[in-house]
Design a protein around this ligand. Structure first.
Ligand SMILES: Nc1ncnc2c1ncn2[C@@H]1O[C@H](COP(=O)(O)OP(=O)(O)OP(=O)(O)O)[C@@H](O)[C@H]1O
Length: 238
């Protein structure tokens, strides 16, 4: 098992955001996470990356307890995420943005980092924009850069937070192709996404959260067909 979350709890005051969530991801798997706004999906990524400390429960990577490991150490261990709202280093070029990930997020030597970042630029379609400033990009390219920066850290476990939102259908399809290629390359992925058809093109398994609880999990299309999921998530009782 690559990642195992056991009975995680997190509350902000009286607001319970993560309520006894357990889940496991095997090496090479692609898992989708869906749920209504405020269900606790992004908080789950915070817990996995170390930005958010759980009130109770444990997180294991490769069987090792990393619950108390700081975020930077988890990145070095191979866990990296993208954020829902891209925040590139606006005054650095696209290539430099990636170098930061490779050199500081993974401590690659500069020459290795440059080679790897060139590969990531190619994979994410950003090669023609390598010398553009991060702050000058369109939404699609900012989203690509957000994904590319995470990838630059050479993660074993890549966490994607709503990367398809706000894109046109053609842009969304292009992004799906990129994520599928990353997955085929052997990277384990957990993807939070509201654009369900994009998610289903890549993930084999789905976890559904509602009010901080896991309410369903299993083979992706089977989960989407569950009456409870359709009612809670799609607002359409069957
Ligand atoms: N640092 C914080 N302090 C207080 N409340 C928080 C904090 N972080 C998240 N919350 C609250 O926790 C709840 C879950 O937030 P979270 O962002 O995890 O949900 P989500 O499922 O990712 O939602 P969305 O689909 O809208 O991104 C929300 O009600 C949010 O306002």
């Amino acid at each position: 098992m690559l990642l195992a979350l056991q009975d995680l709890h997190k509350a902000y005051g009286s607001l319970v955001v993560t309520d006894g969530v357990s889940l496991s991801v095997t090496q090479g798997e692609a898992l989708g996470v869906i749920g209504p706004n405020g269900a606790g999906k992004t908080t789950l990524f915070g817990l996995i990356t170390g930005a958010v400390r759980p009130d109770a429960g444990s997180i294991r990577l490769d069987g090792q307890d990393i619950t108390a490991l700081p975020a930077a150490q988890r990145c070095l261990a191979g866990i990296c995420r993208s954020h829902q709202i891209p925040h590139p280093f606006e005054k650095l070029t696209v290539f430099e943005n990636l170098l930061v990930g490779a050199c500081f997020g993974r401590r690659m030597r500069e020459a290795d980092a440059a080679d790897w970042c060139a590969e990531v630029l190619e994979l994410t379609g950003l090669l023609p924009k390598a010398n553009r400033l991060g702050g000058s990009l369109t939404l699609l390219d900012r989203k690509r850069l957000e994904l590319a920066r995470a990838l630059a850290t050479r993660p074993r476990l890549l966490l994607l937070d709503e990367i398809a939102g706000g894109l046109t259908e053609a842009e969304c399809q292009a992004l799906v192709g990129t994520v599928a290629a990353i997955h085929r390359g052997g990277t384990t992925i957990i993807w939070i996404e509201h654009i369900v058809h994009a998610l289903l093109a890549v993930v084999g398994r789905l976890t559904v959260l509602n009010f901080g609880r896991k309410i369903a999990e299993g083979e992706a299309r089977g989960v989407m067909d569950l009456a409870e999921v359709r009612e809670i998530y799609l607002g359409s009782p069957v």
